[in-house]
Design a protein around this ligand. Structure first.
Ligand SMILES: [Mn+2]
Length: 328
């Protein structure tokens, strides 16, 4: 039985981080583009934890905070650009690859040798690109690692910080329902609730709030749901599908998990035009013998065994309707 009270962090990296933070560096936290709840939760949780401790720290994401996470008060601190020369270190959170922030084209300095890179992540694809790495692949969310970092450093965790971190745990585990949910997930969630996180508040905002337009969009999308001969549940969403309802692609978040609820499906795929000339694919499976990460990798993507994705650059969707003539 795993000792749930033991730190999951490698000790050598903890001492490196401690020593480095003693120099009071100017820090910027970056998370991946098109952020999900764990990206937002781990970034804002770490931000408020370090801020509380008196650090000179900022936080940025190339895409805006999705509406459903705007109940976290620090979302207003999320910058969409920054000047790398203002900082000595970049902390990457929830980035399975160093390029997922999509800031490296505008600011190649963030990956230069002069920049200290601190890498906090839980994706198996992460190659430990940082000078300091906390890559722990058997935890459900990056927010859990951030929590353990703050706890190990004995930094104060306010209810605000705790709410951000539990948001990351909630979303990356699908509300404690995905296979990545372990005793440790519940342990950390329990500790965060003790520190002032409100699970009801998170659940209400993240899982049970869909506005009128979003539900209309979901209805439209689900009407096109199609089950292939080999058991793939597939939907395709064109840009005009969400645009005509005044929605954005972000309003599709969650559709794939809804589709994946079908016991008939071996795995589920949502293809959607991103409005920038690309097609994005999200994949999910509930079957033990299906690995959607391997499937996504065939198309240059990645992710987790049960949840993955890929992008087809320069792609668009075309509906193919097949008719045949029969004579009795
Ligand atoms: Mn994550």
């Amino acid at each position: 039985m795993t000792d749930l009270t033991r730190s999951i962090l490698p000790e050598a990296e903890v001492s490196k981080l401690k020593r480095y933070l003693e120099s009071k560096p100017k820090l910027i936290i970056l998370t991946h583009s098109n952020p999900d709840g764990d990206a937002i939760g781990s970034a804002l949780g770490l931000y408020s934890g370090l801020k509380e401790q008196g650090f000179d720290v900022e936080v940025a994401c190339i895409d805006p905070c999705p509406d459903e996470f705007k109940y976290l008060p620090d979302h207003e601190k999320l910058k969409n650009d920054f000047n790398p020369s203002d900082y000595q270190a970049v902390i990457f959170v929830d980035c399975g690859d160093k390029k997922l922030t999509r800031f490296e084209n505008a600011h190649p300095e963030i990956l230069s040798e002069d920049m200290v890179k601190i890498n906090i992540d839980h994706h198996a694809s992460n190659d430990n690109f940082g000078e300091i790495n906390f890559v722990i692949t058997d935890v459900a969310s990056a927010s859990m690692i951030v929590y353990q970092v703050l706890k190990t450093l004995k930094y104060k965790i306010t209810p605000n910080t705790a709410n951000a971190l539990i948001t990351g745990i909630y979303t990356d585990t699908g509300g404690f329902m995905h296979q990545n949910t372990t005793p440790l997930t519940y342990q950390y969630a329990a500790e965060l609730i003790k520190l002032g996180a409100s699970p009801q508040h998170v659940a209400k905002n993240v899982f049970h709030t869909y506005d009128f337009r979003t539900l209309k969009l979901w209805g439209k999308v689900l009407q096109n749901l199609h089950l292939t001969g080999d058991g793939a549940a597939v939907v395709g969403v064109e840009e005009k599908d969400y645009e005509s309802l005044g929605c954005t692609r972000q309003d599709l978040a969650g559709v794939i998990d809804f589709i994946n609820a079908m016991p008939e499906a071996r795995y589920s795929v949502m293809l959607s035009e991103d409005g920038k000339g690309n097609v994005k694919a999200s994949l999910r499976t509930r079957k033990d013998d299906v690995d959607v990460k391997a499937l996504a990798e065939q198309y240059g993507g990645g992710g987790h065994v049960k949840a993955s994705g890929f992008t087809i650059p320069g792609g668009r969707l075309e509906k193919e309707v097949k008719w045949k003539i029969v004579q009795d």
